[in-house]
Design a binder for this molecule. Structure first.
Ligand SMILES: Cc1cc2nc3c(=O)[nH]c(=O)nc-3n(C[C@H](O)[C@H](O)[C@H](O)COP(=O)(O)OP(=O)(O)OC[C@H]3O[C@@H](n4cnc5c(N)ncnc54)[C@H](O)[C@@H]3O)c2cc1C
Length: 427
């Protein structure tokens, strides 16, 4: 399972090389074994190694093979759930705590990037949540008011200001969130890996955990050519879970999401599109997202799986949709395309599980995992080090509950997006 331009698209082409890693071979011992080398697992490993713990990370594929290497790269503050809904969903203790934790999360990402000198095209210029129609305008208005009441640096832009910031589009307005920004996600996750290695963590790629067993006071994790014994187990496999922790995957419904990138735009054209380099998405249920990268490409995304049957129709739709927002891109087309699975939970909130003694898992970021995965990885490390008791965690502990009708709902999302993109010219 390599990260190639067909699986990871532009990000595989423009990220700095991954640090050299090898499969696990033979038995090893450590304080902590982490399964999964995405944002969550590598942030946990980095913070554990910085705190002096011996850590072994096992990754089935390559670093960033899962969602961490395939996403849009929007470093968001918060979840889809409205700020005022959070206390209703999680209670008066965890609700406000999670809001504050996630609201500060982008700043933690950008600080970590600076501290470890991670070359990942980090741009902290904010994001624009673009309103489609009156309903979209109402939604961003409510969101802006609720965040502003908590002191967050958010601003409502009218249609004219939005068009100026975008260099196109016919949106009714936008919510500018100055806490947020963009990164090159595969470069960021590889940078986290490099930083963790520099602090003494071991990372073994092409090393799927095939069996996990509680043993004595700790855990034994088996791979095809090795074995790790550790006091603590961190399961950081989220939507891409395979093997022994499969139940983590079963509590999520997978939503396929694709991205397509133009070639680097000529400077004169580039200057007309997102001159402030904000990351953007819209309020539609089947949403679109767009952002630029450091070389001046436009990365355009929406819901859909790029399978044999639907790749061409999503591509044709995306070309039309992009040109409707940015008419100046007529005839430019895309040079790369890729997709990944976003894991949705029943209430659009992430989950904290304790799957055994000295074992912890956080997953289910609902397409908002860059900043949350980073800060939850750090929280996991602090919990294991005894610096953050369970009662102080930003989420309550829950039991793993399979999502009903999971496969049917995944087929519905996949088929529904394809049907919509076949018939819709709605921007
Ligand atoms: C297309 C797309 C767009 C998105 N856009 C955004 C965005 O713009 N902003 C944002 O914040 N979030 C976004 N997300 C969500 C975000 O990418 C994820 O929430 C986040 O990457 C999850 O990180 P993670 O480390 O928990 O899991 P992952 O990055 O998925 O890592 C899990 C890893 O575990 C490995 N693994 C699984 N089973 C085993 C095993 N048995 N043994 C060893 N290894 C195993 C997998 O190979 C994988 O590499 C998007 C997701 C997708 C798919």
């Amino acid at each position: 399972m390599k990260n190639t331009s067909s699986t990871h698209g532009l990000w595989a082409l423009s990220a700095p090389a991954a640090p050299a890693t090898t499969p696990l071979s033979g038995p090893v011992e450590a304080d902590v074994v982490v399964i999964g080398a995405g944002f969550t697992g590598l942030s946990a490993a980095l913070h554990l190694a910085e705190a002096g713990k011996s850590v072994v990370v096992l990754e089935a594929g390559m670093i960033g093979f899962g969602a961490s290497g395939r996403n849009v790269g929007l470093v968001n503050a918060g979840m889809w759930v409205m700020p005022e809904e959070m206390p209703k969903a999680l209670g008066p203790v965890h609700g406000p705590r999670l809001l504050e934790f996630l609201g500060n999360a982008p700043a933690e990402v950008f600080a970590l990037v600076r501290r470890h000198g991670i070359a990942c095209e980090a741009v902290a210029n904010g994001t624009l949540h673009c309103a489609v129609g009156g309903a979209g305008l109402t939604e961003i208005g409510v969101r802006a008011r609720q965040w502003a009441a908590r002191g967050a640096p958010v601003e409502l832009l009218d249609a004219g200001e939005t068009a100026l910031r975008l260099g196109g589009g016919r949106y009714m307005g936008a919510l500018l969130d100055l806490r947020a920004g963009t990164i090159q996600p595969l470069a960021y996750v590889r940078g986290l890996a490099r930083a963790a290695l520099a602090c003494g963590a071991q990372i073994h790629t092409e090393s799927p955990a095939t069996a996990v067993a509680e043993q004595g006071l700790g855990w034994e994790v088996t791979t095809p050519s090795g074995r790790v014994r550790a006091r603590w187990l961190v399961a950081a496999t989220d939507t891409y879970t395979q093997g022994p922790n499969e139940n983590l995957r079963r509590e999520q419904v997978g939503l396929p999401y694709f991205n397509m990138a133009t070639p680097p735009l000529p400077e004169a054209l580039r200057a007309t599109i997102l001159p402030g380099s904000e990351g953007c998405w819209d309020t539609r249920e089947v949403l679109s997202s767009f952002r630029t990268d450091a070389a001046g490409r436009l990365v355009f995304g929406s819901v859909g799986r790029l399978g044999v049957a639907d790749r061409a129709l999503h591509r044709a739709w995306a070309e039309r949709a992009m040109v409707r927002i940015f008419p100046q891109l007529e005839g430019i087309g895309f040079e790369s395309a890729w997709f990944g699975w976003i894991g949705m939970t029943s209430d659009n909130l992430p989950r904290l599980h304790l799957p055994g003694r000295n074992a912890i898992a956080v997953s289910g970021y609902n397409g908002r995992g860059i900043a949350p995965g980073t800060v939850f990885g750090k929280a996991i490390a602090r919990y294991i080090c005894g610096d953050c008791p369970l009662a102080a965690m930003p989420l309550p502990v829950s039991t793993i509950t399979p999502a009903p009708w999971r496969r049917m709902r995944e087929a519905y999302y996949t088929g529904g997006a394809a049907a919509l993109h076949l018939v819709a010219d709605r921007i």
